[in-house]
Design a protein around this ligand. Structure first.
Ligand code: ADP
Ligand code: MG
Length: 255
């Protein structure tokens, strides 16, 4: 379980995160929606421990990791993976070398076992036989899947995704949302998925939080967002009204 309690972060005298609290139970997929600049990526950095909050606490299960040193945080960090918005693949390394990179650097597994694990991960994301290709030789959708394969190489309990479908066409976006759901159902992974795409949010989210200007303005089951009376929520939804209407038609009462 991930729990944030009253997290605030200030930079250049501006509040980037303002009293943010929320919880992600084990095996749950929490979506964080919001416009650009809302603080979504900052929130992920806090969860990963890359940033320390100015105030508030971060718990993983019941361990307060807020003030742990880099070294003390290592065992907790090992249980988490992040899929970065730009994938963060190494351009000069092959797909196989990218997926196995952290296993080579941070585990004592013998090379043969690393190769097996890499093959398993590539199979999981449905990219068999791409081992020897370079990132520049594969499509954007495939790169995202390689980034996911690398993220699951350590069998993480928690995966954080930053805008995993941004810039992908609808078919590739669907492949990615299906992978996020498969990790939840088959491996009971706990996920936080940051996005500003409503369709993807509803596809994967057990619950949705909506952020604006560093604050959480709505948080709850997917239906509660659609029924919210908060002005910002209504404005945010009306900007993407067509999508929202489509979602409302089949069932309004999922809350
Ligand atoms: N390292 C930083 N220094 C100063 N301001 C930052 C830094 N990182 C992000 N910000 C600011 O914090 C706000 C939230 O950023 P971010 O979390 O990246 O938003 P989002 O991911 O929702 O688009 C933005 O206004 C951004 O300019
Ligand atoms: Mg961002």
């Amino acid at each position: 379980m991930i729990r944030l309690r009253n997290i605030s972060v200030e930079m250049d005298e501006r509040k980037i995160l303002d009293d943010v609290s929320f919880e992600v139970p084990n095996g749950h997929t929490k979506v964080v929606l919001g416009p650009s600049g809302a603080g979504k990526s900052s929130l992920l950095k806090i969860i990963l421990g890359l940033w320390k909050p100015d105030s508030g606490s971060v718990f993983v299960d019941n361990l307060d990791i807020t003030h742990l040193s880099e070294r003390q945080q290592m065992p907790v960090r090992r249980r988490m993976s992040m899929v970065f918005q730009g994938n963060a693949l190494f351009d000069s390394l092959t797909v196989e070398e990218n997926v196995g990179f952290f296993l080579r650097e941070h585990s004592d597994l013998p090379p043969a076992e690393i190769r097996d694990r890499v093959d398993n991960c590539l199979e999981f994301v449905n990219l068999p036989d791409t081992n020897d290709l370079l990132p520049e030789e594969i499509s954007g959708g495939m790169k995202k899947r390689v980034a996911i394969a690398r993220a699951i190489a350590f069998n993480p309990e928690v995966i954080l995704y930053d805008e995993p479908t941004t810039g992908l066409d609808p078919i590739n976006a669907k492949t990615v949302t299906e992978l996020i759901m498969k990790l939840r159902t088959e491996r009971r992974v706990t996920s936080v998925v940051v996005t500003h795409i409503l369709r993807d949010a509803f596809a994967v989210g057990d619950s949705l939080a909506l952020m604006n200007e560093g604050r959480i303005v709505s948080d709850g089951p997917p239906g509660s967002l659609l029924e919210s009376k908060e002005q910002f929520v209504k404005d945010f939804l009306s900007e993407i009204r067509e999508e929202a209407d489509l979602l409302l038609q089949p069932s309004t009462g999922s809350a």
